[in-house]
Design a binder for this molecule. Structure first.
Ligand SMILES: CC(C)(COP(=O)(O)OP(=O)(O)OC[C@H]1O[C@@H](n2cnc3c(N)ncnc32)[C@H](O)[C@@H]1OP(=O)(O)O)[C@@H](O)C(=O)NCCC(=O)NCCS
Length: 167
């Protein structure tokens, strides 16, 4: 059974090492990195998964991002990811446990819509659906993989550019 702990309890270098093992070496060039560039992951919403011997097996990070609409208004969103599980431990439930922890930590009284770039087949069961067609990214993206989760999708701006949240 995975133990889920706050990501802030884990040495940041171990997190980077795990991400290097779960993703390709060019991971930092991904469009998702550009969307959240310059922001810090949110400690209350970011988690790690440990195995029975307390080894780090997986991580999930959630970031403050925004969709800037054509009028220049910034709509705050939460960006989920990367979700990463060590090769060799994938398919053992760590990913689902971390997703449940992160989504469950979002305040139900004031939930922000959540966005990610990933496989609809994996994230669909958590409530993620394709983002509005007018949403754009600062880099290449596959519209079928730009996903959003929102209790009331009708409130989502139909158009805009994703980028980091700036105060
Ligand atoms: C994607 C990832 C986070 C899933 O975590 P995991 O711990 O392996 O997955 P879980 O054990 O929680 O869930 C396994 C289930 O998800 C399915 N699944 C795993 N990856 C999938 C994918 N990319 N697309 C569709 N389904 C997927 C499995 O088939 C399995 O289905 P089942 O429960 O019906 O048998 C993990 O495999 C990983 O780190 N992959 C490499 C990095 C990556 O691609 N991260 C996602 C992009 S941010």
């Amino acid at each position: 059974m995975p133990t889920i702990v706050p990501l802030s309890a884990v040495d940041p270098q171990l997190v980077e090492d795990l991400l290097d093992r779960a993703f390709e070496p060019e991971r930092r060039r991904r469009t998702s990195y550009r969307i959240r560039e310059g922001t810090d992951w949110l400690p209350p919403l970011s988690f790690a998964a440990l195995d029975d011997a307390d080894w780090l097996i997986g991580t999930i990070q959630v970031w403050p991002v925004a969709l800037s609409d054509p009028a220049g208004r910034a709509h705050p969103l939460l960006m989920v990811g990367p979700v990463a599980v060590l090769p060799g431990h994938q398919g053992e439930g760590y990913g689902k446990a971390m997703m449940a922890a992160a989504l469950g930590a979002i305040d139900p009284a004031a939930p922000l819509p959540q966005v990610l770039i990933g496989d609809a087949a994996y994230y669909g069961p958590f409530g993620f659906v394709e983002a509005p067609q007018g949403w754009r990214c600062p880099g290449q993206w596959d519209p079928a993989r730009l996903l959003v989760r929102c209790e009331h999708p009708s409130i989502l701006p139909p158009e805009g550019m994703l980028g980091p949240w700036k105060d």
